[in-house]
Design a protein around this ligand. Structure first.
Ligand code: NAP
Length: 305
C-alpha cells in the first residue's frame, strides 16, 4: 500500500486547491477523483463570478486550468471510486484502484443538486434549466423565470433573481413555505415575485431552450402551462458524504460538520467545499475552503512531528 502525508478525496475546486496547497507545501499528496477532475463546474456553460476572468470562463476550461495547476507540484492524481475508509495507525482509503494510506485526509467530495426527475429537465439543463441562481441569474435579465421549491434556497434564489428577471414565479408543491419567516416576509413583499401554490412540475417544455413548464395542481389534479424562459430548481442538495458518515459528524441533511479551520472532530480529517455544513456553494468559497483545509492539514502534521 502506498502511503501519503495527505489524501484529498474529490477533484472539484475545493479538492484541486487543497491538492495544490498540500503539494506546494512539500506534503506527499494524492488526489482521488471518481470522474473527470473539475466537479460540478465542469458542466457550467459560463462561470461569470470567479475573480480573474473579466469576460467569464467556461466551467470546463476553469476545471481544466485548476487541474493543470494542481498537477504542477508533484500532486498525484488517481481516478478511482472510494469504497471505504478505516482508521488504523493512519487512515486507509480503499478504492476501486487499490488502497492508499494517509496521515491526513481532506474530504472535498462535493454534493449533488436534487433534481425534479421530470421530462425535459436533463435535456434543457444549461439551456434554461439551472440549479444555481447566483451563477446563472444574470443571464435572465428582463426575462420570466420560475423557481421550484419552498425552502431557504428557493426563496433566497427567488429574491436574487428578482434583481435581474422581470418576473419570478415561485412554484411550490404545498401551500406554505418551508423557508424561514424573515425570508418569507421579504418574498411576499417583493413586487416581482408571484407564488404558484400546491403545484408540481410535470415537464419542462422547449426544444432547444426552455419555453415553459407544465404543472399539475396537487389538490385538484388540473394541469396548466406556465410560460417561462428559465427554471431554477431549488429542491435541496445531497452531499456526497455517505461513505464518511460512520466516522464524521454530519448534520441532518448529510453535510459534514467543520469549524472555521475546516477541521472535523476526527483528528487529521478536514472537509472543504459543498460537502461541509453551511457552505455557500460557490467556486470562490470552495477554493478558499480547500486552501484553508490544506493549511490546517499541514499544521496538524507538523504539530505531530
Ligand atoms: P430544503 O430545506 O430541503 O428545501 C427543499 C424544498 O424543496 C422544500 O420546500 C421541499 O418541499 C421542496 N422539494 C423537495 N423535493 C421536491 C420535489 N421533488 N418537487 C418539488 N419540491 C420539492 O433545501 P434548501 O432550501 O436547499 O436548504 C438546505 C439547507 O440550507 C437548509 O438547512 C437551509 O436552512 C439552508 N439554507 C439557508 C439559507 C439562508 O439562511 N439564507 C439559504 C440557503 C440554504 P417541502 O417543503 O414540501 O418539503
Amino acid at each position: 500500500m502506498k502511503n501519503y502525508d495527505a489524501v484529498i478525496i474529490g477533484g472539484g475546486p475545493a479538492g484541486c486547491t487543497a491538492g495544490l496547497y498540500c503539494s506546494r507545501a512539500g506534503l506527499k499528496s494524492l488526489l482521488i477523483e471518481r470522474g473527470a477532475v473539475g466537479g460540478q463546474i465542469a458542466n457550467a456553460s459560463l462561470v461569470d463570478n470567479y475573480p480573474g476572468f473579466p469576460q467569464g470562463v467556461s466551467g470546463s476550461e476553469l476545471a481544466s486550468l485548476m487541474h493543470q495547476q494542481a498537477a504542477r507540484y508533484d500532486l498525484e492524481i488517481v481516478t478511482a471510486d472510494v469504497t471505504d475508509i478505516t482508521q488504523e495507525d493512519s487512515y486507509v482509503i480503499s478504492t476501486s484502484e487499490g488502497s492508499f494510506g494517509a496521515e491526513a485526509l481532506i474530504v472535498a467530495a462535493g454534493s449533488e443538486y436534487r433534481t425534479l426527475q421530470v421530462p425535459g429537465e436533463g435535456r434543457l439543463s444549461g439551456h434554461g434549466v439551472s440549479y444555481c441562481a447566483t451563477c446563472d441569474g444574470f443571464f435572465f435579465r428582463n426575462k420570466t423565470v420560475a423557481v421550484i421549491g419552498g425552502g431557504d434556497t428557493a426563496i433566497t434564489d427567488a429574491l436574487e433573481l428578482g434583481q435581474h428577471a422581470s418576473k419570478v414565479y415561485v412554484v411550490h408543491r404545498r401551500d406554505e413555505l418551508r423557508a424561514g419567516k424573515a425570508l418569507q416576509q421579504r418574498a411576499f413583499a417583493h413586487p416581482k415575485l408571484e407564488f404558484v401554490w400546491s403545484n408540481v412540475v410535470e415537464e419542462v417544455l422547449g426544444d432547444t431552450v426552455v419555453r415553459g413548464i407544465r404543472l399539475r395542481n396537487a389538490k385538484t389534479g388540473l394541469e396548466s402551462v406556465l410560460d417561462v424562459d428559465g427554471v431554477f430548481v431549488a429542491v435541496g442538495i445531497t452531499p456526497n458524504s455517505q461513505i464518511f458518515s460512520h466516522m464524521l459528524e454530519c448534520d441532518a441533511d448529510g453535510s459534514i460538520v467543520t469549524d472555521g479551520t475546516m477541521s472535523t472532530p476526527s483528528a487529521g480529517v478536514f472537509a472543504a467545499g459543498d460537502i461541509r455544513r453551511n457552505s455557500p456553494r460557490q467556486v470562490s468559497t470552495a477554493v478558499g475552503d480547500g486552501a484553508t483545509a490544506a493549511m490546517s492539514a499541514f499544521k496538524y502534521l507538523k504539530e505531530r512531528e
